[in-house]
Design a protein around this ligand. Sequence first.
Ligand SMILES: [Zn+2]
Length: 362
Amino acid sequence: MTESPFSSTYEDARRRFVQASRAVGARMSSYPLHIEDGAEGEDFTIDVAVLGPEDAPTLVTSSGVHGVEGFLGSAIQLAQLDELRGDIASDVRWVFIHGVNPFGFSRIRRFNVKNVDLNRNFLSDDSQYTGAPAGYDRLNGFLNPATPPSRFEPFRVKAIWNIARYGMSALKQCVARGQYNYPRGIFFGGSGPSQAFQVIKENTADWIGPAKRVLHVDFHSGLGAYGSYKLLLAELTGSDECQWYERVFGQDLVEATDVSGGTAYRASGPMGEWLQDQFSDRDYRFVTAEFGTYGPVRVLASIRAENRAHHFGAKTSQAFRNAKQELLECFCPADQVWRRKVIAVGLDILSKGVRGLAASHA
Ligand SMILES: [Zn+2]
């Protein structure tokens, strides 16, 4: 591909995804979401491309669960579709889920139109959308100031003070785990299943077909060291599944859920665990591919500032534009070296996935 697979807007990413999917002869489906924010005449869709034999092991990729992170995931999907154009492997079925949170993707937000973090929204039928970690209650005033962005904002000072007080790992856990009590707060998991959750719920069985073996790679960014990546698992260290992922992708790159001091934090209601539960009659393996950008204080500051500007800032203000630009930079750096690297790595993850699926799971 001569043109960069990175798009500068959601609309552009969507158009290119549809075009590239058609070029490889994929079966396309578009699922419109009904967005009420005065966004008249705009289409927000989850677009899905499926290709390859019905009963083959299936490789699923998804992008944009966290809106703005879709710039990265969409670019990898586009690069992969471009590769398939020359060489459609017949031993794997591909499913590309593009823009799971198209509103956030379009508006440079991590959250959806109802401020929901979709990776905190996939609760089981018997769970209630209530509660917040105790630490979140204490930090709510710091995380979610209910005022427009101001010029003087000693975020770093407060953040560093809180890190010193609670410890980074405890802080990450209580802030980012997800909460259901503060609808305008960051990491809000919603008050019920989101439209995106419904689309996934109603259609995944159709997308993956009768495949007994599925590997799902969900692309994310903003966690971990700049330019590096980790594949985060829901499974435990030492489990058979964990060993399979280590063999397929390399031991150093796989991080099980129980690793202390690791990249990840335990989230409530993540999409992957819901899918694995839902398809427990088959071998449904799921990795969250996390690409690192900047340090956690800067990334958290960007999420907080954008959320504040979104709810309390004037859309025409410079502060609003700055907040969007910084969020985009934190989840998809403009740096060409970073961009080339994540594409190469993303394609490598998928080609290892194909080989892993083709080989025995045992
Ligand atoms: Zn993410």
